[in-house]
Design a protein around this ligand. Structure first.
Ligand code: SAM
Ligand code: SF4
Length: 392
């Protein structure tokens, strides 16, 4: 199964092209290839990430065509059973995004962190946690496997704020991956110097996942000792100016959350020009100062997804894995039916994934990756969603 549908280039205007698949036309940006009309490409997050041979594209499109229309019909039939708000949000999602659903892979390459966020199990004062760092070639080879063998087109590289990975090491990873197996490469490495992000952009990284966590300054400063919300927000703006696709958002249910905070969080996510909204429930970790607090109810998270969809219909909205911790059986499905249209599959090797314990009981940890992918793709098909993410 391929997590993207090939598009045919039908118009070119400098580095902006129009591509078409099954009568659907999308605008994409081409930073990497010499393209002409009639070429076939894979695009992700609005970027052309691979040029593919015509025969291969036609073959893939043939496989997809009948299935694509079948999925669309299923999507129109399936709705959330319990709440009108979710039904409306789901209908808006269909109208603006059809049945496409972004499927990104995530590689968690280090659990070292210099920070001490109160909510996070990776915080530096958590001395109980066994720390790991993946070798550079181990990371690169895992990315090659994800792209070449598992067919992922977009990968998130995530870690604690770990200075061991300096500009040279990070550049090595990005350069090797982009030279040999181009993908939409998304960085989630916390707040690092802007020069690092500039350099990694030069090597082909095009996305950053960096949540602002909360738009409530008081809570932010309490939760992230020694940090200011303004600095985080300014960094996200600078990254946007460099040209990165921004994935950002917040935690739902942080202690002290006030009436109106969620709406303000959604507004800020939108103001920051997020390509993808990434928000999810706070899940207390037993080895953090917030161990005695409770996570928010699932309904609050679903309501937030639905509100985001209604307020910002064009946005991509991620179902975060923390939702599957709140509701292991149905978290993902419920999120997708309440208006979300993106998800991530954890590709971190088992021996490390269990140590990347941001919060306890992370879903899918220890499961075989192929089994995990199959389960998720089966669910998407049952819901009538096509794993694809093409245009701007
Ligand atoms: N260190 C980077 C950063 O903070 O941006 C990236 C890794 S960090 C573990 C990724 C995200 O995990 C954070 O943005 C935060 O929202 C989320 N997170 C941390 N602790 C969490 C918890 N207890 N429950 C749910 N999400 C949590
Ligand atoms: Fe470190 Fe990110 Fe966890 Fe904060 S949320 S402690 S920066 S890994």
């Amino acid at each position: 199964m391929c997590y993207a549908i090939p598009g045919k280039v039908i118009e070119i205007d400098n580095n902006i092209c129009k591509i078409e698949y099954f009568g659907i036309i999308k605008k994409v940006r081409n930073d990497f290839y010499d393209l002409k009309i009639g070429d076939y490409v894979y695009a992700q997050g609005g970027f052309v990430i691979q040029k593919i041979p015509k025969e291969e594209a036609i073959e893939t499109l043939k496989v997809w065509e009948e299935f694509f229309h079948k999925l669309k019909e299923i999507d129109l039939r399936v709705t959330y059973p319990s709440k009108d708000l979710y039904k409306i949000a789901n209908r808006i999602r269909q109208e603006y995004h059809d049945n496409s659903c972004c499927v990104h892979g995530i590689i968690e390459f280090s659990n070292y962190c210099r920070n001490n966020c109160l909510y996070c199990g990776l915080r530096r004062d958590n001395k109980k946690l066994k720390r790991y760092r993946m070798e550079l070639d181990e990371i690169v080879n895992l990315a090659f496997y994800a792209i070449k063998k598992l067919n992922f087109k977009a990968l998130v590289f995530q870690s604690g704020e770990d200075l061991y990975y300096d500009i040279d090491k990070l550049s090595y990873i990005v350069r090797r991956v982009m030279e040999e197996s181009p993908c939409l490469l998304i960085l989630s490495i916390g707040e690092r110097e802007i020069e690092i992000f500039e350099k990694l952009y030069e090597f082909g990284a095009r996305g950053v996942l960096l949540r602002f966590e909360t738009s409530n300054e008081k809570i932010y400063e309490k939760m992230r000792p020694g940090h200011k919300l303004e600095d985080r927000v300014n960094l996200i703006k600078e990254l946007k100016n460099i040209g990165y696709l921004i994935m950002t958002g917040f935690l739902i249910g942080l202690p002290g959350e006030e009436e109106g905070d969620i709406l303000n969080n959604l507004t800020l996510t939108n103001e920051l020009g997020a390509e993808m909204f990434s928000f999810g429930p706070f899940i207390p970790h037993p080895d953090t100062p917030l161990k005695d607090f409770s996570p928010p109810p699932m309904e609050k998270v679903l309501d937030t997804i639905a509100q985001a969809r209604i307020l910002y219909p064009n946005s991509k909205i991620l179902v975060t894995t923390a939702m599957q911790t709140l509701d292991k059986k149905e978290g993902l499905k419920k999120g997708l039916l309440a208006g979300a249209n993106s998800l991530m599959i954890n590709l971190t090797p088992k021996e490390y994934a269990s140590l990347y314990e941001i919060y306890p009981n992370r879903d899918g940890i220890g499961e075989d990756v192929n089994k995990k992918i199959k389960e998720i793709i089966d669910l998407l098909h049952k819901l009538g969603r096509a794993p694809a993410d093409i245009g701007l």
